[in-house]
Design a protein around this ligand. Sequence first.
Ligand SMILES: C[S@@+](CC[C@H](N)C(=O)[O-])C[C@H]1O[C@@H](n2cnc3c(N)ncnc32)[C@H](O)[C@@H]1O
Length: 262
Amino acid sequence: MDLMKEELERQVAASLEAQPKLLPFIAELLADVDALGSSPGAVVNLLRSLGLPGAMILDVGCGKGAISVNVARELGWHAHGVDAFQPFIDHATQTASENGVASLCEFTCDDMRKVVRSGKSYDVVIYAAHGPLLDAVPCVDLLRMCVRAGGYIVIDDGFLRENVDSVPDGYRSYRRHAETIIQMTAHGDRLIREDVYSAEERNTIDGQTTASIRARAEVLAARHPEAAPMFLEYIQNQERECQILLDIHVPATWILQRQDRR
Ligand SMILES: C[S@@+](CC[C@H](N)C(=O)[O-])C[C@H]1O[C@@H](n2cnc3c(N)ncnc32)[C@H](O)[C@@H]1O
């Protein structure tokens, strides 16, 4: 495998708290989970408030397409979802058909780091449940390049709790609230909406997700006993991630409006 493909696979796996060797099993492990860390309902409500009939969104790292399909179904907007994991793209395409919105959705398997630099411009770009994954700090530098002047950047993620003093490896790019806002608006874009959720509320969703993954892992382990420790490690990583987020993170969704200095 070439080095770039290998690096991309590592990034995809890491974004799912997995080792690359687990990727062949990921689609089955996550078969009962539609949204991989985001809340499509919350994102749709946020977008609805913009009142942009027929808008075109770019959903980067769209996973199984939960946000794009919901946006198309609920708002009638057009969605372009990009994800580097082909099984998720296949699933998203099928879900769009099942929901009667195939004509509004396009899903492509590609590296989001390339897509955000492609020079195409959308009404809205959505960056959901990724943490600081794009290779720029802050990643809003790149996201804003995909939207037209006056277009919108939606970030579904969160910030560090105020009282946290020790942050585990892998979470160090998170900032406290004030610094997060400074980073996001560093280009003069306008923060037009912020919704903050309770970590406990988000954790309940994650707990349900972990339970369904555990059930799938047990079925897989019976079929592939040699790989059972790998499945167990994955479940433990998921539980660790839930606990870390509960301890250090406040979930939030933001809408920024791109402003261009004259
Ligand atoms: C935590 S999931 C979030 C998925 C989706 N936004 C959601 O909320 O359901 C992260 C996703 O990013 C994708 N991903 C990671 N690195 C990527 C890259 N460089 N290009 C495209 N997709 C990537 C993974 O395949 C995975 O589907």
